[in-house]
Design a protein around this ligand. Structure first.
Ligand SMILES: [Zn+2]
Ligand SMILES: [Zn+2]
Length: 120
């Protein structure tokens, strides 16, 4: 089970990795109201190509996540066969798997290991 608060070293490493992404994505945030939308943030000019936009939005989004609750909401799925990262948007912040499917798969495996030879 992961700790609700990140250690200083882990947090610094997380911030450093995200800062590298922000630099690589050449983020220049600004607020816009284009197309009659409410004010919202853009990370690259609208004229930027799709790859640049994806890189910028990914880096910018990760920056928000690591600044939210000490970065504890950014997790990696605990299922051994899965390596997906996820953002925990649950109310209590105790999510441990990327999807309910991974969580259910692990629950079945735990059950079978406790009841070998039992009903499948
Ligand atoms: Zn927009
Ligand atoms: Zn998973």
């Amino acid at each position: 089970m992961r700790s609700p608060l990140r250690g200083a070293t882990e947090s610094a490493e997380q911030c450093s990795a995200v800062n590298d992404l922000l630099v690589a994505a050449t983020i220049r945030p600004w607020v816009t109201t284009h197309d009659g939308l409410q004010p919202h943030l853009h990370f690259v000019p609208d004229s930027a190509d799709v790859l640049s936009r994806v890189k910028a939005v990914t880096a910018g989004g990760l920056a928000f996540v690591v600044c939210w609750e000490g970065g504890a909401r950014l997790g990696r799925c605990l299922r051994a066969a899965c390596s997906r990262a996820y953002v925990d948007t649950s109310r209590n912040g105790r999510r441990r798997y990327c999807t309910a499917r991974c969580g259910n798969t692990e629950a079945v495996l735990r059950h079978r290991s406790r009841h070998p030879g039992g009903k499948r």
